[in-house]
Design a binder for this molecule. Sequence first.
Ligand SMILES: Nc1ncnc2c1ncn2[C@@H]1O[C@H](COP(=O)(O)OP(=O)(O)OP(=O)(O)O)[C@@H](O)[C@H]1O
Length: 298
Amino acid sequence: MIIMTILTVDHVQKSFNGRRVLKDISFQIDQGEIVGIIGQNGAGKSTLIKIINQLLPADQGKITYFGQAKIDRAQFGVMSQRSMVIPRVTVAEMIQFTQDYFSQPLAYQELVSLSGLQAFQKTKVSQLSGGQRQRLSFALALTGNPKLIFLDEPTVGMDVNSRREFWQLVHTLRDQGKSFVITNHYLQEIEDYADRLLILHQGLIQFDGTMAQLRAQHRTTTVSFVSDLPAEKLRQLPGISNLTITGTKITFTANDMAPVYRFIDQYHDQIQGLNISDDSLETLFVQMTGDQKEEHHE
Ligand SMILES: Nc1ncnc2c1ncn2[C@@H]1O[C@H](COP(=O)(O)OP(=O)(O)OP(=O)(O)O)[C@@H](O)[C@H]1O
């Protein structure tokens, strides 16, 4: 199968009041992938997504959409916290209004079923719960049958089951060839469900690849156990970082496990609940971005 490139971002730069928020951003999004863009507050994620959607001009660089400079808006859907929903209309009316906007919208029944709001078609949008409203926003983002959908914190307000169903749906749509760009502060969801990660930090894409590639680059392991060994003993362990001691719960990161195994062997009778795991995206992200302060005006 030939994979189609949906979007190419080529050396994009953007400053606000002389402050360079995006210094030099390049990447592409292909058909049928879920890409998570992560970055600290203020890293420039929303700015980048606005530039891609031509809601904000770039200072430098260019973006091509299916190889063209012009964007066909029907091919791109956006679901954001600020998605336009009119509180006084019903779910059915909201979906129908949105369908009217597009020349070839998805069918009404399909949109109702995608949102899981079959039982709420006559309910006023203002009376939906936070999670139901999110699901409606998702269906509205899909109304024009876009190829790429931007999801901004899509599962905020959803309960555990709704989250699972939501991600299953995203994966089904991905398997049908749609692509998703997700910004999310719940890094665990990005780790679990995205195919690829872009880490935006200090105006640059610091990493572009899969979770497995990120782990291979860092080769660190998180170790935790319960023990009342004195803190000084733990601090002597070579090659460990991020040591946290909360009561008797000890957690640290190791990039060489050999001394850790020797230590565990030596104190095995004082160590319980040992857990050794690959680092989570959250841990790797904090390592990559945590100790540097946000940049100031240049
Ligand atoms: N219209 C604007 N005028 C001036 N500065 C802006 C404007 N929009 C964004 N900024 C600044 O650009 C930086 C990046 O903002 P942006 O909203 O893109 O970050 P973000 O990564 O989406 O953050 P968050 O995770 O908090 O949503 C911030 O320092 C912000 O204050």
